[in-house]
Design a protein. Structure first.
Length: 180
């Protein structure tokens, strides 16, 4: 869809994931394994290898080519410092997608997540012609809730047992941003 690189904040840039990102993605996930564990599904050890990241990236790029996903990577130089993905893109009368993201533990508090989400909202409206973005957070993830609200997302409400995170079905709070 796009080969452009977009500046976010500081030296951090954002672009669509590439097949060549497998090793940097594996390194980023290894570096952030404990940091991300409370917020993500349980991961097998294989997930943290370049070989498994190659498979995941191939699947994401196939979904991207089909128009149902846009997988972005956040970079400082060659180092992956996060990711943002628009998934479940629906056309027709819904024109919506789900937004998910993470930022490297060493880069939290620098405005990177806020900048990436603001970019994703603009990109979704301008490039994908979407009407709406939805995001979900765990009820105790105050940092992500603050970032979403700052980016213009409004709380929809609770979603009981919404996602299997850290080994158990957990409640989430749903947010949305109407883009136009």
């Amino acid at each position: 869809m796009t080969a452009k690189t977009y500046s976010l904040t500081g030296n951090v840039e954002m672009r669509v994931l590439r097949a060549s990102d497998a090793e940097p993605m594996a390194a980023a996930y290894q570096h952030n394994r404990d940091h991300l564990a409370p917020w993500e599904p349980e991961r097998e050890d294989e997930f943290f290898t370049a070989a498994r990241q190659r498979q995941i990236i191939a699947s994401k790029l196939a979904q991207h080519a089909a128009g149902s996903e846009v997988p972005f990577v956040l970079l400082e130089g060659e180092r992956v410092v996060g990711a943002l993905t628009l998934t479940g893109i629906v056309r027709g009368p819904f024109l919506s997608a789900h937004l998910g993201y993470w930022v490297d533990k060493e880069y939290n508090g620098r405005g990177i997540g806020s900048s990436a989400i603001a970019f994703a909202a603009d990109f979704s409206r301008r490039e994908l012609a979407l009407h709406r973005l939805q995001a979900a957070t765990l009820p105790h993830n105050a940092a992500s809730q603050k970032i979403l609200k700052r980016a213009g997302f409004e709380e929809i409400g609770p979603a009981p047992s919404y996602l299997r995170i850290a080994g158990s079905w957990q409640d989430h709070i749903l947010y949305q941003r109407i883009l136009y």
